[in-house]
Design a protein around this ligand. Structure first.
Ligand code: SF4
Length: 233
């Protein structure tokens, strides 16, 4: 089995796993090409810049200091068993395991449920806009499969929507949150789109990006539908 390919590492964070001090590993490879991706250097599968054994040793040294390790990317499940095996080793050190995923690999997610304690799942757009945003016409259906698989596990879940006004309207956000509430999702996060590259800056205005957060009627409606709603502005 090939080693897991790690392309980035944050050794200490308090915002990437709810309520826990964590490290984040960014794994290489992603099947999507989202217009707003801020991790473009990780998208192609290839050799990771970090030696997995050195990363494992670093985590071993932080037992008692960190509480969780989050697998992010890219799309961490794209590396299949290499990722799952590394997760199991890290879990055996006593850490909670988190996973940030786009939901493109529902069967790997089902297997990961034996190890992963918390998932942050991206819900990027309505079905009609998913292909335009993510460059893949099966990504929406796979994400919905992953959502249903994870809901059935009963494990912790946060569904995240990044409100890029090029691909999301307030009406879309209302429609998506209605659907999530009807499916039994309890925790969501609504994230402001922040342009990361010069080529994106001129395509949206601050007003366009803030409209989702300034509409108190929409905000109040969404707040009443879930146990927790995080507005990441
Ligand atoms: S799923 Fe995430 S890592 Fe992959 S292209 Fe989209 S934003 Fe980038």
């Amino acid at each position: 089995m090939p080693d897991v390919q790690i392309g980035g590492l944050v050794p200490f964070t308090t915002i990437d796993y709810p309520g826990k001090i964590a490290a984040v590993l960014f794994l290489r490879g992603c099947p999507l090409r989202c217009a707003y991706c801020s991790n473009r250097h990780l998208l192609d599968v290839g050799d990771g810049e970090y030696d997995p054994e050195k990363v494992f040793a670093m985590l071993e040294n932080r037992v008692g200091k960190l509480e969780a390790v989050v697998f992010s990317g890219g799309e961490a499940l794209m590396q299949g068993e290499a990722t799952l095996a590394f997760m199991r080793r890290v879990k055996a050190l006593g850490f909670s395991i988190g996973l940030h995923t786009n939901g493109f690999y529902p069967e790997q997610l089902r297997q990961a449920a034996q190890t992963v304690d918390w998932v942050g799942l991206d819900f990027k757009a309505t079905r009609e806009k998913y292909k335009k945003l993510a460059g893949n016409d099966i990504a929406y259906d796979r994400m919905i499969q992953s959502l249903d698989i994870w809901l059935a596990t009963g494990h912790e879940l946060e569904v995240r929507m990044t409100c890029d006004p090029r691909f999301m309207t307030k009406s879309d956000l209302s429609e998506i949150t209605d659907m999530l509430a009807a499916r039994g999702v309890k925790n969501i996060a609504i994230q402001k789109y922040i342009p990361h590259f010069d080529d994106e800056k001129d395509k949206t205005t601050a007003d366009m990006r803030e409209q989702f957060f300034n509409d108190n009627v929409l905000r109040d409606k969404i707040n009443t539908m879930f146990e927790s709603v995080i507005w990441r502005e």
